[in-house]
Design a protein around this ligand. Sequence first.
Ligand code: PGA
Length: 252
Amino acid sequence: MRKPIIAANWKMYKNIAQTKEFCNQLKSLMVDNDAESIIFAPFTLLPTLTELLAGTQVAIGAQNFYPVEEGAYTGEISLMMLKDFAVSYVLVGHSERRVLFQEDDALIHQKILAAYDKGFSVILCCGETLEERELGKAKEKCINQIKNALQGLTEEQIAKVVIAYEPIWAIGTGKTATSEDAEDMIGAIRKFLMESFGAQIADRVRILYGGSVKPDNVGELMAQKNIDGALVGGASLEAESYNLLLRYKERM
Ligand code: PGA
């Protein structure tokens, strides 16, 4: 059985006061549930989250890092620095990093290797543009991104990776892929994993959907056979809405 994940991607939102308010509200609302909950937060909020989420079910993730030990990399943060906080996950290959900050498949691959080496769990994002979807190239694009990211990893490392399928045209636009389209792509990713690495690995890898997920549509998405969770931007910023996402079962 694959444990579901409901992950929040806060992107470049919130200061410390807003984060304190979120955590206090979430703690007062949250009940035990079977989903793994992760908040990917900006670096400046990691100390606050480490303190306020201690002893809760909510894990903390970093949205970025630079994959070398240390050195002259002005403005960057290393994995060793993240170890000062209760960060267990890192996000890799998000389309905003690929497009706005020119992160390519080679860097993404290096980031995954470095993260595993330092004991972090990884969510690897993939996704196509609207143009690629209209040209019938969506599956090829996503599968190539995954193939390039995972090349040369051990079976154990591949089985541990979490993949997030996030069509670029659905991120922050209010346009969600239909649950059938999301299932179709995620099913194709699982088939690729099966053909490349075997059924045991393909059955273990958790694959999430991301792109305008909200409390209203999370139940339908989570009801799909291959969809193991959601990576949520906008709708994860308010504690009330994030709590509703964690309680997706009530809307399935
Ligand atoms: P969104 O963002 O939920 O605001 O569309 C998702 C993401 O970028 O991870």
